[in-house]
Design a protein around this ligand. Structure first.
Ligand code: SAH
Length: 228
């Protein structure tokens, strides 16, 4: 089962979550599968208690170690982009790779739309936090590891979708080579100062079609330096 178990977590935040969904719709999110999953996924459990009252504002928030939980609109946009025109008859995305697990919120969202998810995080305590959060929601189709995600996870590729939640200066070649034919990669690229673009790259054989989705503001993707 990929549906999170909400028993015991309480539905007190359901109304504020509905407001978040209304704001995502207003901002142009159209995919109902994505909106439905975000309507039922409790974002507040991914935050420290002092910030949990802000969980359904459409904003990124600190999660420690100088990192942030992604803004709900950006999570929705990225998830929508990797799903593309996938129809319900086509079922869930078979294999998804995520780079930058952070607190695990995006992981929990994509895990409900995928058969299996592999996720890589370079900061060990954040990875442990994400594992606790995912287990609290009974998300069981995710495997995670502490490593440099710019290398992907070659043993488990090729992937139908890859989502990166941190921005490199350029697209890491290993991520391109681990995309399946027809696979979709969503990744922010650029620097914190010079501006970043959220790219959608779709593989067709040896051709990689690029499309710019949005101007964005992600934390940097660090190459080759695993921490803690
Ligand atoms: N989707 C996450 C976003 C976390 S912020 C959430 O909503 O919580 C981005 C994450 O990418 C941070 O946790 C950061 O540590 C991680 N990161 C940065 N460079 C990385 C790399 N090379 N490999 C794996 N993770 C990386």
């Amino acid at each position: 089962m990929n549906t999170p178990n909400l028993a015991g977590i309480g539905m007190t935040s359901q109304r504020t979550r509905e407001r978040m969904i209304a704001s995502l719709l207003e901002k142009g999110i159209k995919n109902w599968a994505v909106l439905d999953v975000m309507r039922t996924t409790p974002r507040h459990i991914f935050l420290d208690e002092a910030l949990s009252h802000r969980a359904y504002e459409d904003t990124s928030l600190p999660i420690g170690y100088s990192q942030t939980i992604s803004q709900p609109f950006v999570v929705a946009r990225m998830t929508e982009a990797v799903l593309g025109n996938r129809s319900p008859e086509q079922g869930k995305l078979p294999r998804v790779l995520e780079i930058g697990t952070g607190c695990g919120y995006q992981t929990a969202v994509i895990a409900q739309l995928a058969e299996r998810v592999w996720t890589v995080e370079r900061i060990q305590p954040l990875l442990e936090k994400a594992r606790r959060n995912l287990s609290l929601l009974s998300v069981r189709n995710v495997r995670s590891k502490h490593d440099d995600g710019s290398l992907g996870w070659p043993e488990h590729g090729p992937f139908d979708a890859i989502i990166a939640a941190a921005a490199p200066q350029q697209v890491p070649p290993d991520l391109l080579s681990q995309l399946a034919d027809g696979g979709r990669l969503v990744i922010p690229v650029g620097s914190e100062r010079g501006g970043q673009e959220l790219l959608l790259i779709v593989r067709e054989g040896e051709n990689f079609h690029r499309q710019v989705l949005e101007a964005v503001n992600f934390v940097p993707l660090y190459l080759g330096q695993v921490q803690y």
